[in-house]
Design a protein. Structure first.
Length: 332
């Protein structure tokens, strides 16, 4: 069946919400870079965000469906929640935090934009219905985006990438794949079980499920670097509020709204490309970072062009999977 007016409005609303989430997600790159500039250990940067996020979420839960439905869902399928949170929160953010110490915020943000095609390219591994098909055009756009990412890295490294830069690039690309996979796996699990959790509840559940891992990471951070400075704690609190709560809830809301519309889901994920522009501006204004130039500038342009092309491709009229029932997504 074809998409109707209701689906089009839902897709446009999801894209708008995803674009707003990109603005708050940018705080991750800017504040993490600020912590790295002050000498904060990357393990603390990762652990503090999610350890602080959990208590910040608690006051919201009574107005967002409550904790009880989340707890029931987690008790019914604890291994699934552990798997999704480990992939989409723990390993994803450990890799991103490590990479934050390697270069300016716009460089990490630009490299992370591979996430907008990573979700689509991983669909054959996640789905067993019509959503498992990867359009050939998406593969071409993915190559374009990867080319832009490599140019960004080469431009920043002035033509050569040392071992540390290659490792950082690999970490960002892996994190860009893991984040949408963790989110999509949870959405797919809830679709199969018929459990209805809104965006805030899903973020709370994954944050709660990830706490044991973050306590281990915090212990490792303390053993390696001692206690974090108050400056790093405050920067992590800013990331927790802006990216861990506001941005993540908005992103989960946007993707949950169009979970049954593959094209709109890809378009919502593609709006994260705006993070590159936000990171360039905020990094230059508040961290004194240099504006990208030369090869790096062309790389950034390729990334933006690729994402724009991808958004155009996935927004074209398509056939919606007839056997997928669109669940109502409660507003977060």
């Amino acid at each position: 069946m074809t998409h109707g007016p209701h689906d089009a409005r839902r897709a446009l609303a999801a894209i708008g919400i995803a674009l707003l989430s990109a603005l708050f997600f940018t705080l991750t790159y800017v504040l993490n870079r600020a912590a790295a500039n002050e000498g904060g250990h990357w393990l603390w940067t990762a652990a503090l965000r999610y350890l602080i996020t959990l208590p910040l979420l608690l006051p919201l839960m009574p107005w967002q469906g409550g904790i009880a439905p989340v707890w029931r869902a987690m008790r019914a399928h604890p291994l699934t929640w552990l798997k999704c949170s480990t992939i989409g929160f723990v390993v994803f953010y450990l890799l991103l935090s490590f990479a934050a110490s390697s270069g300016p915020s716009w460089l990490v943000a630009g490299s992370f934009q591979f996430t907008v095609v990573a979700g689509m390219l991983c669909e054959p591994l996640l789905y067993r219905d019509a959503r498992a098909r990867v359009p050939k055009a998406a593969l071409g756009v993915g190559v374009l985006i990867i080319a832009g990412v490599v140019l960004l890295q080469f431009g920043y490294a002035e033509g050569t990438l040392n071992r540390a830069a290659w490792i950082a690039l690999a970490c960002v690309l892996m994190s860009a794949v893991l984040y949408p996979i963790g989110n999509r796996l949870l959405l797919l699990h809830l679709e199969r079980t018929g459990e209805h959790l809104n965006a805030t509840q899903r973020v709370f559940g994954m944050t709660l499920a990830s706490q044991p891992a973050w306590l281990v990471v915090a212990a490792l951070a303390y053993a390696n670097a001692g206690a974090p400075s108050m400056g790093q704690v405050w920067l992590a609190a800013g990331v927790a509020l802006g990216a861990g709560i506001i941005a993540t809830i908005l992103f989960f809301q946007a993707t949950g709204m169009v979970r049954d519309l593959p094209a709109a889901l890809g378009a919502a994920e593609a709006m994260q490309a705006a993070e590159l522009l936000f990171a360039i501006g905020l990094g230059a204004l508040f961290l004194g970072e240099a504006w990208p130039r030369g090869v790096a500038l062309w790389g950034g342009a390729l990334v933006i062009a690729g994402i724009g092309l991808f958004a155009w491709l996935v927004s074209r009229p398509t056939q919606a999977p007839a056997h997928v029932v669109a669940p109502e997504e409660p507003h977060a």
